[in-house]
Write a protein of this length. Structure first.
Length: 77
């Protein structure tokens, strides 16, 4: 809901919210969504979400593809 989004924006860092969103959406460790769609869900902008996803990929936590994010290391998300 809108209130949950407002509370999350106010009290959680974006990287934590992105990680929680990815883990919450992936039953089989893979999510199919654009960076823009993820940004919209988080109340952020695509550029920042893309930067965070690349950071997650550099750490070995996710593998990025076209409109796809695969969780590699669920323990760190």
């Amino acid at each position: 809901t809108l209130m949950q989004l407002v509370e999350a924006i106010a009290y959680q860092k974006l990287d934590q919210r992105l990680a929680a969103l990815l883990v919450g959406r992936t039953a089989d460790s893979e999510i199919h969504a654009t960076h823009q769609a993820l940004a919209d869900d988080l109340g952020s902008v695509r550029e920042i979400v893309s930067r965070l996803l690349r950071s997650f990929e550099d750490r070995g936590w996710v593998d990025l593809g076209r409109e796809r994010v695969r969780i590699v290391d669920r323990a760190h998300n």
